[in-house]
Ligand binder design. Sequence first.
Ligand code: PDD
Length: 283
Amino acid sequence: MSRIVYVNGAYVPEEEAKVSVFDRGFLFADGVYEVTSVLEGRLLDFEGHMRRLRRSLAELDMAAPASDEELLEIHRELVRRNGVEEGLVYLQVTRGAADRDFVYPAGVAPTLVMFTQEKQIVESPAAERGIRVISIPDERWGRRDIKTVQLLYPSMGKMMAKAAGADDAWMVEEGFVTEGTSNNAYIVKGGRIITRHLGNEILHGITRAAVLRLAREAQMEVEERPFTIEEAQGADEAFITSATTFVQPVVAIDDVEIGGGRPGPIARRLREIYVEEARRNAV
Ligand code: PDD
C-alpha cells in the first residue's frame, strides 16, 4: 500500500509527491530536517524536535514553513492517515526553488515535505545484543549543530562500518570522539556517564538532552567532556542515543570488547527509563 506523503500543503500518494529540480535542497543540500519517533500512534519528544528545527532554521536565515501548532497537526494527520503505530515521521524544510545561485534567493517560499516510515523501535535486537562500532576520522563540515540534510559523510561512515563487519562508526576529531554517524556517543566509567559537551562539533541530540536529564534525576553522575577511543575501550560500558534507537549499548569499539562484549546495566536502565518517560509524555 502506498503511503500518504505531505508536500507543501497537500496530502498525496507517495508516487505523486514531487518537488522542483530547482529546489535548493536538491542543488545545495540547503535544507534542514527532523526525525520524530512514533509509539502507539503518538509523537515522542515533539516539542524538543520543534525547538531544534526553529534553531536550525534561524542559524541558516531560513523561513519557517508553518507554526509549531500547524506542524503538530500535519504530523498527527500523517500518522493517522498512514495508520502508523510504531515508527517515525521525517520532516524536511528547504529554502525552496530558485534559479541556481550561491546567494540565498529573496522572497522564495520554503519547501516542506513530511512522510512516515513504519519501524519497530521498542523491541530491538540491536538493543538486546548491543552494537559494534569502528572509529573513523570526522570529515564533516564544522556546523554539525545545525541538522542539515548534507548527510553524505555519515552515509560513507556507515558504509565503512559495514565493510569492516561493524554496525556503525564513531567519528574522531583532534583525538576525541565527536559522535556516531547518526547518534550521540557515551561511555560509562565507575558509574559515571561521560559524553561530549555541546558545541558546533556535534548535533545537540534531543534524546541526549532527555537521557542526561533522566540520569541526573536518577542520581547518576554525568560528565560532559570529550573522550578518546582509548578511554572508551577501557570503559565499563558504552552506548549511543538517537530518536529512533533510544539508548543502544555499544559492545565493541574497533574490535576491542567493552564490558565483556555484553550490554551493561546502566545503558539498559537508561533505555528503560527513557522509553517509559517518552511514552508518558507522547503527544
Ligand atoms: N539522527 N548526532 C547525529 C549526527 C544525528 O544525525 C542524530 C540523529 C543524533 C541524535 O539526535 P536525536 O536524539 O535528536 O535524534 C546525533 C537522526 C535520527 C537521523 O538522521 O535519522
